[in-house]
Write a new protein. Structure first.
Length: 365
């Protein structure tokens, strides 16, 4: 099994965010891999706070300010090995501000600043492509187990309540030079499960395996989805999950072309692979699933392995947070420094940025 590998130091669905009022071989887990610290648009916190060594990395993806006085910052939390950290609650975070009259930062009360964590699907989009090998070897020996595992995957990744910011599409491949569409991109869990239930032994007309073609084509689709989902000031991420029980047999595309396609893909696309049985090439699958790879020794292990991958996909999506709070700074205070610290058990991390309080008045909407 190939676990997450070390990254420099730091979509869809991220589920918990601050809101105000009503209102692996160097796998890159950063949406904004800017600078050596992996802090995105953020910087290292000033030494005057003396927060100590960081065990967690907060990478700022985007930030906004809204009159009369709201600050919004989208960031991702990971550990220093690059593994995403999800499920953090508001009480894990501390807000610090430093104005021009302050020698160092002052703590801002979360209650007085109306800081909390809440959903924010309007600026983040997360798409998943589930790509299934339906060559003859699968259809003839492990189809029922694959269908059960795929349904479990859908149930784990898709939210219980339909959320238009979290979508999935399902494709399949055999020996043909085509990545077949089983179900188009949708936020409907029921539609995806119905499509899986409809797979039968007669679905394929070519018993061979065009694995490399499937890798290339699914990466292109994920890239197109990412480009579309990040329009209109949205931030997006995508995951490609490929299952196979063997090696490429069709030989239409080269191993080099497939692996280069994965390696050169947008860093906001994660790649996961699931291999079944003894006929797979573990090294190739590990390179295809550069974010995370699992191997099932037999078909009875498939559901467990699909569940493991689904957990990784969900963790990545749920490690994005939108921090929003009502600042006490007012018009005339100029540019102010802001620091966010998270403490989770014995681990802590922080990031620093700035905001301009021009035009800020009392209140926060």
């Amino acid at each position: 099994m190939k676990n997450y590998l070390k990254v420099t130091s730091l979509f869809l669905v991220f589920t918990i965010l601050f809101s105000c009022g009503n209102a692996d071989d160097d796998v890159n887990f950063q949406l904004n891999p800017i600078g050596d610290e992996g802090l995105g648009k953020g910087t290292v916190v000033d030494d005057c706070l003396d927060l100590g060594e960081s065990d967690l990395v907060l990478s700022i993806q985007e930030q906004f300010s809204t009159l009369p006085g709201k600050i919004s910052i989208l960031f991702k939390v990971s550990d220093t090995e690059g593994a995403p950290v999800s499920g953090l609650s508001a009480d894990k975070f501390t807000i610090y501000e430093q104005g021009r009259n302050d020698d160092c930062f002052n703590t801002i009360s979360p209650s007085e600043s109306n800081a909390r964590i809440s959903p924010n699907s309007q600026i983040f989009s997360n798409n998943t492509l589930l790509v299934l090998d339906l060559s003859n070897s699968v259809l003839s020996s492990s189809l029922d187990e694959l269908k059960t595992a795929s349904v479990s995957f859908v149930n784990n990744v898709m939210p219980a309540v339909t959320n238009e910011s979290v979508k999935m599409a399902i494709y399949w491949f055999d020996g043909e030079d085509e990545l077949h569409l089983l179900n188009d991109l949708t936020a409907s869990k029921n539609d995806l499960i119905t499509a899986i239930d409809g797979i039968n032994e007669d679905i394929s007309n070519d018993p061979s395996t065009d694995l490399y073609g499937a890798v290339i084509k699914s990466t292109d689709i994920a890239s197109q989805l990412l480009a579309t989902s990040t329009q209109d000031d949205k931030i997006g991420a995508a995951s490609v999950v490929i299952f196979t029980d063997g090696t490429d047999q069709a030989s239409r595309y080269t191993e080099t072309a497939a692996l280069e396609k994965v390696e050169n893909a947008d860093p906001n696309i994660s790649f996961f692979s699931i291999g079944l049985g003894s006929e797979i090439d573990a090294d190739v699958l590990a390179s295809i699933g550069k974010t995370y790879t699992v191997f099932a020794g037999n078909k009875e292990e498939l559901e467990t392995n699909f569940n493991e991958i689904s957990e990784r996909v969900s963790q990545r999506a749920n490690s994005f947070y939108l921090f929003e709070y009502c600042t006490p700074k007012r018009d005339g205070s100029g540019v102010n420094n802001l620091a966010i610290q998270v403490v989770d058990g014995s681990d802590q991390g922080s990031v620093q940025t700035q905001f301009d309080a021009t035009g800020f008045t009392g209140g926060c909407e």
